[in-house]
Design a protein around this ligand. Structure first.
Ligand code: GLA
Length: 388
C-alpha cells in the first residue's frame, strides 16, 4: 500500500519529497452495543483493515486533501483559517474536525499540509471508517508536528471532534478501539472510567466473520442521537427511585425491580437494553476467559435480539443475516455490530463451517433481499502506526 499511496501523492501534488505514510485501523465490536454512552462496558477489537494517509507539511496555511476512494472529487483545498464544518457534510469534515479539536486543546498547527487518503474499510458498513480517519489524523498531527499526546488522548480528541464538529453524539468505543488496538486482542473497556484490559482472542478452531448487508447507515442522519436521548430519559426516570449515575451501574435485577418508574414505554425498552447489554458484555468476557465459547456465542445472539426488539437499531436485512447465521451448523454466535440501522453483522464461525456459512448466507440473502452480501474473514490488528 505504501508504494501505491506515495505514487498517488506524487501524481496529485507533483512531488513526493519528505512524504510520510501512516495507518489507523477500523474496528469490529464483538459485544456491548449502545452501552458506551450509558456508562457501560464494550468489547471491540481493532481490525487489520483501516485508513492510510500519505502526508507532507507545507510552508503556508493551506491544507489539501485527496481521497483515492473518491477520486472524482479531486483535491479539496482549505486552510487552517477555515476551521468550521463544510455544510455539505463532505468527508474532509472529519480530519478538519480533528485539527480544530487539537487547537481547542492548545495544540495549534503552525503550517498546513498536503494529504492523500486511502481506506479499505467499506464506508457506511459500521466498521468505523470515520473513527479510523479521526484517529489517523490525530496520529499524523502528533508525529508530523511533534505534539505530546497519548493514544488514549487521540481517542478522546477524535470523539470530541465527532461530537462537536460533526454533530454526531457518539460514545468513545470506536475511537478507543482504533487508537488502542492490539493484534489478537479485544479491548474490554469500562466506558464510565476508561479503565480497560486486553483480552486475548484465541478462537481455537474458529474465525471472526463480518458480513456486510450493504445497507449503508449514517450515524448523523440516523436515529442514533434519538437513542441517546431515549436512554437518558430512562436514566432520569430511574433516578427518581434508585441511586445510580448511569445505566451501566445497574444489575438486571435492579432494573427489573424499578422499571415501572420509566413511564415512557419506548424509554423503558431502551433502558432495559442498556442495562442488560452491559451485564451481557461482562458475562461474555468472563465466558471467554473460562474458554466457554458456546456461552459467548449465546450472549452474542441475545445481544442481537435485544438490539432488534428493545433498542430497535437493527434493520430487516441485518436480522436476515443474523437469524440465518443462527441456523447454520458451526456458527457459535452472530449479531449486528456497530451503530446499527444497516452495516454489518459479526459472527464467530468454526473453521470447518466457514465455506458453508458463506454459501448459505449468500444464497438466503440473495433470495430474500435481492443482492449478494460481502463476507470477510477478519484479522485483529494493532492501533495506529507509521509505515516506514
Ligand atoms: C457507533 C458509535 C459508538 C457506539 C456504537 C454502538 O459506532 O460511534 O460510540 O455507540 O455506535 O455501540
Amino acid at each position: 500500500m505504501k508504494t501505491a499511496i506515495i505514487q498517488k501523492f506524487s501524481e496529485v501534488y507533483e512531488t513526493d519529497n519528505d512524504v510520510r505514510v501512516f495507518f489507523a485501523p477500523g474496528r469490529v465490536n464483538l459485544i456491548g452495543e449502545h452501552t458506551d454512552y450509558n456508562g457501560g462496558h464494550v468489547f471491540p477489537c481493532a481490525l487489520a483493515i483501516g485508513t492510510y494517509a500519505a502526508v507532507r507539511k507545507r510552508s503556508d496555511r493551506v491544507v489539501q486533501f485527496f481521497s483515492m476512494n473518491f477520486e472524482k472529487a479531486g483535491v479539496i483545498k482549505t486552510s487552517l483559517d477555515e476551521l468550521t464544518p463544510a455544510a455539505d457534510g463532505r468527508w474532509t469534515n472529519y480530519p478538519m474536525g480533528v485539527i480544530w479539536a487539537f487547537k481547542e486543546r492548545g495544540m495549534e498547527l503552525d503550517c498546513g499540509f498536503d494529504m492523500v487518503i486511502y481506506g479499505n474499510i467499506p464506508n457506511g458498513s459500521g466498521l468505523s471508517s470515520s473513527a479510523s480517519l479521526e484517529v489517523l489524523t490525530g496520529f499524523v498531527l502528533k508525529n508530523l508536528y511533534g505534539f505530546d499526546v497519548s493514544n488514549k488522548d487521540l481517542a478522546l480528541i477524535g470523539q470530541y471532534s465527532e461530537n462537536n464538529f460533526n454533530g454526531c453524539n457518539c460514545g468513545i468505543m470506536d475511537q478507543f478501539a482504533s487508537a488502542m488496538g492490539k493484534a489478537d486482542n479485544a479491548i474490554f473497556l469500562d466506558t464510565a472510567t476508561l479503565d480497560f484490559e486486553y483480552a486475548p482472542i484465541k478462537l481455537d478452531g474458529a474465525k471472526i466473520v463480518v458480513t456486510n448487508s450493504l445497507v449503508k447507515h449514517s450515524l448523523v442522519t440516523s436515529a442514533y442521537n434519538d437513542r441517546r436521548n431515549e436512554s437518558a430519559l430512562a436514566l432520569k426516570m430511574l433516578q427518581t427511585v434508585i441511586k445510580c449515575d448511569t445505566l451501566g451501574d445497574l444489575t438486571e435485577e435492579e432494573f427489573d425491580a424499578n422499571a415501572d418508574a420509566i413511564t415512557d414505554e419506548v424509554a423503558r425498552k431502551r433502558g432495559k437494553h442498556a442495562v442488560y447489554e452491559n451485564q451481557r458484555t461482562i458475562k461474555a468476557v468472563k465466558a471467554l476467559k473460562d474458554n466457554d465459547l458456546e456461552l459467548f456465542g449465546k450472549l452474542m445472539n441475545e445481544s442481537h435480539i435485544s438490539l432488534r426488539d428493545d433498542y430497535e437499531t437493527s434493520c430487516p436485512e441485518c436480522d436476515i443475516l443474523a437469524e440465518t447465521a443462527w441456523s447454520i451448523p458451526g456458527v457459535i454466535g452472530s449479531r449486528i455490530t456497530g451503530g446499527g440501522f444497516g452495516g454489518c453483522t459479526v459472527s464467530i464461525v468454526k473453521d470447518e463451517a466457514v465455506e458453508n456459512f458463506k454459501e448459505i448466507i449468500t444464497k438466503t440473502y440473495e433470495e430474500k433481499v435481492g443482492k449478494k452480501p460481502e463476507i470477510y474473514v477478519v484479522e485483529i490488528g494493532n492501533g495506529p502506526c507509521e509505515i516506514k
